[in-house]
Design a protein around this ligand. Sequence first.
Ligand code: ASP
Length: 308
Amino acid sequence: MKMLLANAEAWPGFETTVEHLKQGGAGIDAMVAGIGKVEREAKVRSVGYGGWPNMLGEMEFDAGVMDGSTRQVGAVGAVPATLPVAALAREVMQHLPHVMLTGAGARRFATERGFAVDEVLHPDSRRVWWERLQKEMTSAQRAAFPTIPLAPLSHAITDPERVRDTTVFLGRDAGDHIGVVTSTSGWAWKYPGRLGDSPIPGAGFYADSRYGAAACTHTGEMTMRCGTARSIVLAMRLGRTLDDAVKLAAEELSELKGGFLAGVVIHAIDAAGHHRVVNFRCDEEIRYWYWDERMAAPELRVAGAIHC
Ligand code: ASP
């Protein structure tokens, strides 16, 4: 059964992907096409052009794609001046013997593959970034910025609660291929060079067409410690139901001690056509888009909380 699941921020591209899937398009291509629209939409304030910069006021994008039928992966991290980055991650998967490129190397490869050098810092993001930074810096820090140690500012400014999110698309196409695509600008005011979970296979995303797929948003610092997306797919391989697999992953998150602990949203589908989206300790209401071929139109639904 053709199906598509994505988080609420996916709205500018969700219908595009659904249309591609309806017409029999390949899942990865359909999802990269849709997520590209999200990345270019300035109104989506957490991904691509509308997203938030790092502590130096620079945009650094992360993205990943996984083909669940071959288990091939492409990922890019901390990429400057490039949109759409999920498309660049697919290029890594298709044209390199590698799985992941970061930073300047990823930008170099983008040029080789014909991606323009883009202006990616939204003027409003620049204004908000600087205002927020000013509030936390002493006058001596302001005068010396940016040649100051940034780590002391990290805890105060890095703001995963207020402005963060990732776009995740999980889909199944007419050939029953399951895939997943992610894209994000990461945490607002993150330390330069920080990678979240969105480009890390096994943490932020994983797909295996025989069992299902999973993708996470919010606190990547937790899902990277648990290998959350892989845990879910492996649990299904070992015979757990989708619900039990998601529960197991949430239990693992709840067992973490120390480090940065906050909320996570888990999105998951199985090969039998079920889906599950759960809110693990996020304060805000979490919504997501869902469509399958039995439905006339996509629906925006509310994720249930999971307590463990
Ligand atoms: N999970 C992403 C990261 O850690 C951010 C998010 O989804 O809010 O970069």
